[in-house]
Design a protein around this ligand. Structure first.
Ligand code: HEC
Ligand code: HEC
Length: 257
């Protein structure tokens, strides 16, 4: 009996050892398997910093910090030669940037850089700018106040009617629907400020769109060419002059004595 049990015990022990062995074997298998699954996991983890670096760089092109006007002032020094140090250009062929929204300025610089909006001077100016530079410069000019321009009184009435009401008989929408009644635009929608802009620049821009120029082919860039095609030379002259004389609410009293 004791022998049997002694004989039995080794058998139990044996099976226990076998079980332990089996367990440890499965642990080994598990350990064996773990590095195998862990290796790719580790590789993925190891690869993450490497792959997020370009992703972050690419992401930086989209999700940059909001513009810093102080940093932008230094970066905008080169722009002042044409656009004026405070964004109020004195030469009417160069658009005023003072008070223009950061979003719109960034979009235009991006379009110049990509040659969607074609201008040899601005291609050269926009090419070295990073997306962050564009935001900073945009924030700087956005913080400035546009100096009031002067409208030709003979054109004001026609210009104002078109700006405020459009002309439904010719399918011309009211400009203020997008650019707002005082011409301050809508930054979120990237509808630019028109207020106080040089009539000469407005006229050249509307005429270029009328004649087939586009600033890219996305839906946003199609809006103005479609509208400008419906404007004749007299409409463009009247609107351009009216827009130059448009002043934002705070300067309005001085503008309409
Ligand atoms: C040598 C003159 C010159 C310099 C310097 C210059 N620009 Fe321009 N810029 C122009 C001209 C000309 C246009 C109008 C282009 C067109 O008609 O499409 C323009 C247009 C723009 C516009 C579009 C404005 C609008 O209302 O649509 C922006 C934004 C702009 N410039 C930003 C800049 C910035 C930022 C700098 C400096 C980094 C700069 N420019 C330097 C000549 C210049
Ligand atoms: C449906 C909205 C919409 C309406 C209506 C509209 N605009 Fe615009 N306008 C835009 C957008 C969007 C841009 C910017 C285009 C781009 O970035 O490609 C723009 C740009 C402009 C610019 C260029 C400003 C600059 O600084 O370069 C002028 C000038 C202009 N519009 C004049 C007008 C006039 C005049 C009317 C009325 C006849 C008008 N717009 C009606 C949306 C509109």
């Amino acid at each position: 009996m004791s022998f049997r049990s002694a004989g039995f015990r080794p058998a139990v022990l044996g099976s226990a050892i076998a079980l332990v062995f089996a367990l440890s074997a499965s642990v080994v298998t598990a350990q064996d398997a773990q590095p195998k699954t862990a290796a790719p996991a580790a590789a993925t983890t190891a690869a993450t910093p490497a792959s997020t670096a370009p992703a972050a760089a690419a992401g930086a092109e989209v999700a940059v910090k909001p513009g810093d006007a102080t940093a932008g002032q230094a970066k905008a020094a080169v722009c002042g030669a044409c656009h004026g140090m405070d964004g109020n250009s004195s030469d009417a062929q160069y658009p005023k940037l003072a008070g223009q929204s950061e979003q719109y300025i960034v979009r235009q610089l991006t379009d110049f850089k990509a040659s969607k909006r074609q201008n040899p001077i601005m291609l050269g100016m926009a090419t070295p700018l990073s997306t962050q530079d564009m935001h900073d410069v945009g924030a700087y000019f956005a913080s400035k106040t546009p100096l009031p321009g002067v409208a030709d009184q003979a054109l004001v009435e026609k210009g104002e009617t078109l700006f405020r009401q459009g002309d439904s008989t010719r399918g011309i929408p009211a400009c203020m629907a997008c650019h707002s009644i005082d011409g301050r635009g809508n930054p979120g929608a990237m509808y630019p400020q028109l207020t106080s802009q040089h009539a000469q620049y407005i006229q050249a821009t509307l005429k270029a769109w009328h004649d087939g120029t586009t600033w890219g082919d996305d839906a946003h860039a199609q809006i103005m060419p479609t509208i400008a095609k419906k404007l004749d030379a007299d409409d463009i002259a009247a609107l351009s002059s009216y827009i130059e004389g448009l002043h934002s609410a705070d300067t309005q009293p001085a503008a309409t004595p």
